[in-house]
Design a protein around this ligand. Structure first.
Ligand code: ACO
Length: 439
């Protein structure tokens, strides 16, 4: 059997053999398909990348139909059960789980990059008291680019490693400072004797006690959430990380851009929206009426559906288990009953079954974050901390991939053909520009 695709161009009655490799054809192989010799050649049109692979990657594997997620080959369930987040971050960046010695060195290196420059702290102080923490995080990560201009040298592996340590180390510090700023508490400096997640909790919640002691159940629950959010192959924000990185922007600016993409309600911002939705629903009794409105197309059920998963998101399953453990310490979340009822009805309703809509990672994570004491505004920031490890692993893979170039899609132009300039005195208002801004 020939491993190729035979394409016949009916316009010219020409046939082409397009090689198939790894279940894909190269879009560039279609460029030879021309109607006339000076024709540009055939393009593929794929808005929102529904069927386009943008890279080769050995980091994360997802089988959306079977509900499988693996980092570097390891099932997410096993990593969540046996590893710490920092161990998983090492795995994502280096490709293998660390030995004890490698882990000690990794922990030492990351924890020695947790401090922020005092000018960065001052920069954070400049935000309004009610600034959204995600906006603060995005801006501050971008501002780090000004503190570490040497990060621009992305082709030096040692330099790249240095910036990776800085970003993984500083992300919790920035995140904690956005929270302390919003409640008007003084910033807490990192404590390098504490683990990655415990130190984050220290920077969030330490008050006047001389040494912060994290509740181990809460710390473990947060660490598991970090593991589950660490990478998810070519999602919206990772695609932004790669796209911005492909222009050779420095990793701080690329990470800031990725975090901006994460903030949207269709992506990482969904966890915040789920909580708002549960507030709007108010009680279990109101769930059926709410589902009817979703089915009528009034709005989406937040925390449901996924571009890749057409089965139960494996992360949502682990979160449900971790939530049980957490709620034994923190007490349950009153909204859990509403969420469970939403899930029960949605999973048995024809509308959701037909479209293969299942709860995604964001459906239950917010309930856990809230039980830990976080405000909904902080939820996406909590997502961005661990995802930084995934973004950086993907960025490193991009930089080292000889096949990659600046990401630059084509378009199908739908605008005017050439037309002559019209002086202002002769212009007319067209329907398109009639929108008026009220002052
Ligand atoms: N509630 C109700 N209907 C939905 C939902 C939902 N949450 N999600 C998809 N649908 C419907 C669509 O309306 C569409 O119906 P139609 O065929 O009748 O038009 C069908 O299911 C297919 O949906 P698409 O929009 O084509 O799916 P897509 O892959 O483009 O979108 C997305 C995926 C953005 C996640 C979508 O499911 C959604 O908006 N979910 C809610 C937001 C959310 O939870 N985002 C978090 C995703 S996980 C993450 O990023 C970490």
């Amino acid at each position: 059997m020939n491993n190729s695709l035979k394409v016949v161009d009916e316009r010219t009655a020409t046939s082409y053999d397009i090689p198939i490799r790894d279940g894909a054809i190269r879009a560039m192989d279609l460029r030879q398909v021309k109607e006339t010799p000076d024709d540009f050649g055939l393009l593929t049109y794929d808005p929102a990348f529904l069927n386009t692979a943008s890279c080769r990657s050995s980091i994360t594997y997802i089988d959306g139909d079977k509900g499988i997620l693996r980092y570097r080959g390891y099932p997410i369930e096993q990593l969540a059960e046996h590893c710490t987040f920092l161990e998983v971050a090492y795995l994502l960046i280096h490709g293998e789980l660390p030995t004890q010695e490698q882990m000690n060195e990794w922990f030492y290196d990351v924890s020695h990059h947790t401090m922020l420059h005092e000018t960065t702290k001052k920069f954070l102080e400049g935000f309004r008291h009610d600034a959204h923490p995600m906006g603060m995080l995005v801006s501050t990560v971008a501002a780090l680019s000004t503190v570490y201009p040497e990060a621009r040298d992305i082709h030096d592996p040692a330099n790249r490693k240095h910036q990776i340590l800085r970003l993984i180390g500083k992300m919790p510090t920035i995140a904690a400072y956005t929270y302390r700023h919003s409640v008007g508490f003084p910033y807490v400096y990192p404590d390098n004797e504490l683990g990655y997640t415990e130190n984050f909790m220290n920077m969030l919640w330490k008050m006047v006690e001389p040494k912060y002691m994290a509740n181990p159940t809460i710390a473990r629950a947060l660490d598991i959430l970090f593991i589950l959010h660490a990478d998810h192959e070519q999602n919206c924000s990772t695609n932004v990380m790669r796209s911005v990185g492909s222009s050779h922007a420095d990793p701080f600016l690329s990470t800031a851009a990725a975090a901006a993409a994460l903030s949207g309600p269709l992506h990482g911002g969904a966890n915040e929206e789920v909580l708002r939705m549960l507030d709007v629903i108010g009680s279990k009794a109101n769930v059926p009426a709410y589902i009817e409105k979703v089915k009528a197309g009034n709005f989406k059920l937040m925390g449901f559906g996924h571009r890749v998963y057409k089965n139960y998101d494996p992360r949502a399953r682990i979160i449900k288990w971790a939530a049980d453990q957490l709620f034994q310490v923190t007490g349950g979340n009153a909204k859990l009953d509403i969420a469970l009822e939403l899930e029960r009805i949605a999973l048995s309703d024809e509308y959701f079954i037909k479209r293969k809509l299942y709860p995604n990672v964001d459906f239950y994570s917010g309930l856990m974050y809230q039980a830990m004491g976080f405000k909904p505004e902080m939820f996406t920031v909590l997502f961005a901390i661990p995802r930084t490890a995934g973004w950086l692993a993907q960025w490193q893979e991009l930089v080292e991939d000889p096949e990659q170039k600046i990401a630059r899609p084509r378009q199908i132009y739908t605008g005017y053909d050439a037309r002559d300039f019209v002086p202002m005195t002769q212009r007319e208002i067209t329907a398109k520009v009639k929108v008026k801004v009220e002052h």
